[in-house]
Design a protein around this ligand. Sequence first.
Ligand SMILES: Nc1ncnc2c1ncn2[C@@H]1O[C@H](COP(=O)(O)OP(=O)(O)OP(=O)(O)O)[C@@H](O)[C@H]1O
Length: 473
Amino acid sequence: MTNEMWGELKKNLRKSVGEHNYTHWIAPLELASVQNGVATLAAPSAYMGTYVQRNFGDLILGELSQVEDNVRRIEFNVIRPGLRPAPAVNTNQAMPAAAPTEYEPAAPVAAESTGVSAENLSMQERMLRPAPLDPSYTFDSFVVGKPNELAHAAARRVASGGEVEFNPLFLYGGVGLGKTHLMHAIAWEMKAQDPNLNVVYLSAEQFMYRFVQALREKKMMDFKALFRNVDVLMVDDVQFIAGKDSTQEEFFHTFNALVEHNKQIILSGDCAPNEIKQLPARLSSRLSSGLVVDLHPTDYELRLGILQSKVDAFQLKHPEIVVADGVMEFLAHRISTNVRVLEGALTRLFAFASLVGREITLELTQDCLSDVLRSSERKLTIEEIQRQVAEHYNIRLSDMIGPKRLRSFARPRQVAMYLCKKLTRRSLPEIGRRFGGRDHTTVMHGVKKIEELRQQDAQIADDLEMLRRALEE
Ligand SMILES: Nc1ncnc2c1ncn2[C@@H]1O[C@H](COP(=O)(O)OP(=O)(O)OP(=O)(O)O)[C@@H](O)[C@H]1O
């Protein structure tokens, strides 16, 4: 991706986020690299990176993926004072093995904020310096629901210490579903039980970064010794090392040595080990040898529970802010992409409400979050609706679309037409075409009929509500 493309992309962002947000948050960002599906942006401070990630992360990702279709994630690096960011690199370019980088990876925020420069740290501190743990990522703040209950139970079991039962514990799932949160929670819990326990948490990218550093400084023996002496090793986003031959080789040896000594390993990834592309079979089978659990996409109830707990936490700090009825339900319905986006939306709402001193109403929510709501809008297709309705009424899809006028087919057909009209932006003629080439007046009649029945027939009203929920989830 070229600097020109990045410039163009920023112009689009400017339109979406408005002038004020653009000047403060987007304009200072530079694109450092796009590699292996990760776009790295350079921000002047860690705080800025975190803020942008939370509030505009999905928007930026959306724009980036229009230009580079393999971008799945964005990360932020901190520009060290006095250094300009490296020019944006071509995605096809492989990362030079030991290229000196002008950036600190995102994690050294702790060192930065305590004023300790990386150069002054000892070899041991540099190599094993864990990424900071987020104090808010604890078991107490983790909301458990059906989609994550197994992962939560496994994390709790591992955190309770004692005999190592599953090694490694491998947590996987889509973006922003709580993998990192659970890993930090395990680390906090273990440290609370035994403050002397050497728990090292870091991202796979940081593991690679340190490995490359050790190679460059000819400190491989130290690197090996240090990593093999930890009590608990946690590596986030392991898919990152796939295809990086020497890093994955070293990781494999570290992994084996720790397992051999009965040391707990906890890993996370965006998919199951056997689905990680370019990961050698022997490593993938080692990673699958303990307990592999996935975090499923959130459902409506879990999202509502998470929102409730976040609102409670916000209101502890800002008791003056009132959230009107229906706002959380609205957000839980409309933002189903991932929890990070949900949280970002809430943070923005609270910031806005506290600035203007107003109650958080539905209207304010829609105004303040119009960009997030737009980008989270799931584009339902007519086919999806037809399929769901056919399944609900237990009829074949072909009967729903076909010419038969039997009531047992005609009513579900009208329900499906009604939902297509309400939940998609398709025109009546277009809907008619997709229902076996029917005329738009037939669709209009069907929609009207269901609108009437909805008022008179509780069963139809229930069916519609259930179908709408299932489709919007
Ligand atoms: N069940 C939950 N309860 C409370 N907060 C949650 C829950 N799930 C996710 N979150 C919050 O959502 C945000 C994103 O979660 P987290 O960073 O753990 O996701 P992840 O699965 O590691 O994502 P990625 O794949 O991007 O690394 C965090 O702020 C986390 O606290």
